[in-house]
Design a binder for this molecule. Structure first.
Ligand code: NAP
Length: 320
C-alpha cells in the first residue's frame, strides 16, 4: 500500500504531480483552510503533511497523524505556524520554501512603498467613486523617494532584495538591523548595521523583513512609532504579528507617521470591525507577497521534494 500525504489546499500541479508518482495524495479541495477537526482527521496515517501558513501545526496534529509521520513541508518561507520543537521531539523533519519567493515578495514591498508614498489607495477610490473632478495643484501630494533613507528591519534574503531594488531604482540610502553583522551587505550598500532606535529616527521608509519570533512580536509599537519621522512610511511584508496594530492605528490616525503599506496583518483577514481598513493612509493587500505563477510553481516543487526526502529518511533539501 502506498503511503499517504495530506495537502491542505490545492497548489500548483508541478508539486502534486511529483507527489502522486509515489504517494496517495489527499488534497483538501476547499478554498478555505481545513478547520481543526478536519486537520486532525485528514492528517491521520499520513507520512507527510504539506501545509500553509494559515494552518496551525502543533503536537496534537502530529500525534493525530500518528507514528508514520516523517515530514512537514510548509508551503512558505516563514514557519511560525509550525511548532518546530514539537516536531523535532517526535523526529519529524520540517521544511520550507526559501529564495524562490524572495523577488516576488520584494516586488510587493516596493509596490507598497510607492502606493503609500503617492496615495494610490485614495486616488483609486476617488476615481472609482467619480469624486475626482480636476487636476489639483495641491491635492494628493506625496513624497519623492530619490535619495531618501531606507531602513530595512531584518536584513535577510527579502530585506536585501528590497534594498537592491530601491537603491538601484531610486538611489535610496540604506540602514538596517539584523541579529548578526553582515560585512557583505555593508559593502554592497555602503551601509552599516544600526540600532533599531537609530533606524527608526533616520529612515524615511521603514520596511519590515524579520521572521515572526519571540523578539520580533510587536516590535513596532507606540514607542517605535513615536521615534519615526512624520513623513515616514512603514511597509510590512513580513508577518502581521510584528506590528502592534492598535499602535499603528494611533500613529496613522494622528498622522504621527505619513502612511503604511501592509501585505500582512494579524489576524488575516482583518476582522470586520478593524479600523485600520478605513484609514486613507493605510494600504492593505491580502498577503500576496509570493503570489506569482513562477514563485508558486517553484514552491510546490520544493515542498514536494522535502516530503519525498523525509519519507525515506534523507535530509530535507530545504530544511527550516
Ligand atoms: P531570512 O532570510 O531568514 O531573513 C530574516 C531576517 O530577519 C534575518 O536577517 C534575521 O537576522 C532577521 N531577524 C530575525 N530576528 C530579528 C530581530 N529580533 N532583530 C533584527 N533582525 C532580526 O528570511 P526571508 O526569506 O528574508 O523572509 C523573511 C520573512 O518574510 C519570513 O520569515 C516570512 O515571515 C516573511 N515572508 C512573507 C511573505 C509574504 O507573502 N508577504 C513572503 C515570504 C516571506 P540574521 O540574519 O542576523 O539572523
Amino acid at each position: 500500500m502506498r503511503n499517504k500525504i495530506f495537502v491542505t489546499r490545492i497548489i500548483p500541479e508541478a508539486g502534486l504531480k511529483l507527489l502522486r508518482e509515489q504517494f496517495d495524495v489527499d488534497v483538501w479541495q476547499d478554498s478555505l483552510p481545513p478547520d481543526r477537526e478536519a486537520m486532525l482527521t485528514r492528517a491521520k496515517g499520513a507520512i507527510g503533511l504539506l501545509t500553509l501558513l494559515s494552518d496551525k501545526i502543533d503536537g496534537e496534529i502530529m500525534d493525530a497523524a500518528g507514528p508514520k509521520l516523517r515530514g512537514i513541508a510548509n508551503y512558505a518561507v516563514g514557519f511560525n505556524n509550525i511548532d518546530v520543537a514539537a516536531a523535532s521531539q517526535r523526529g519529524i523533519d520540517v521544511g520550507n520554501t526559501p529564495d524562490v519567493l524572495t523577488d516576488a515578495t520584494a516586488d510587493i514591498a516596493v509596490g507598497l512603498v510607492l502606493a503609500a508614498a503617492r496615495h494610490f489607495q485614495s486616488s483609486i477610490l476617488q476615481v472609482r467613486a467619480l469624486q475626482w473632478k480636476t487636476w489639483e495643484p495641491m491635492g494628493l501630494l506625496g513624497y519623492d523617494l530619490n535619495g531618501k533613507t531606507l531602513g530595512i528591519v531584518g536584513m535577510g534574503r527579502i530585506g536585501a532584495a528590497v534594498a537592491r531594488k530601491l537603491v538601484g531604482g531610486w538611489g535610496m540610502k540604506v540602514v538596517y538591523t539584523s541579529r548578526s553583522s553582515k560585512p557583505e551587505i555593508d559593502q554592497e550598500f555602503n551601509a552599516g548595521r544600526v540600532s533599531m532606535d537609530e533606524l527608526l529616527s533616520q529612515s524615511d521608509v521603514v520596511s519590515l523583513h524579520t521572521d515572526l519570533n519571540e523578539q520580533t512580536k510587536h516590535m513596532m509599537s507606540d514607542r517605535e512609532f513615536a521615534m519615526m519621522k512624520p513623513n515616514a512610511i512603514l511597509v510590512n511584508t513580513a508577518r502581521g504579528g510584528v506590528i502592534d496594530q492598535a499602535a499603528l492605528y494611533r500613529a496613522l490616525k494622528s498622522k504621527s507617521i505619513f502612511a503604511a503599506g501592509l501585505d500582512v496583518t494579524d489576524p488575516e483577514p482583518l476582522p470586520d470591525e478593524s479600523p485600520l481598513r478605513e484609514l486613507e493612509n493605510c494600504t492593505i493587500l491580502p498577503h500576496i507577497g509570493s503570489a506569482t505563477f513562477e514563485a508558486r510553481e517553484q514552491m510546490s516543487l520544493m515542498a514536494a521534494q522535502n516530503l519525498i526526502a523525509a519519507s525515506v529518511g534523507q535530509p530535507l533539501p530545504f530544511p527550516v
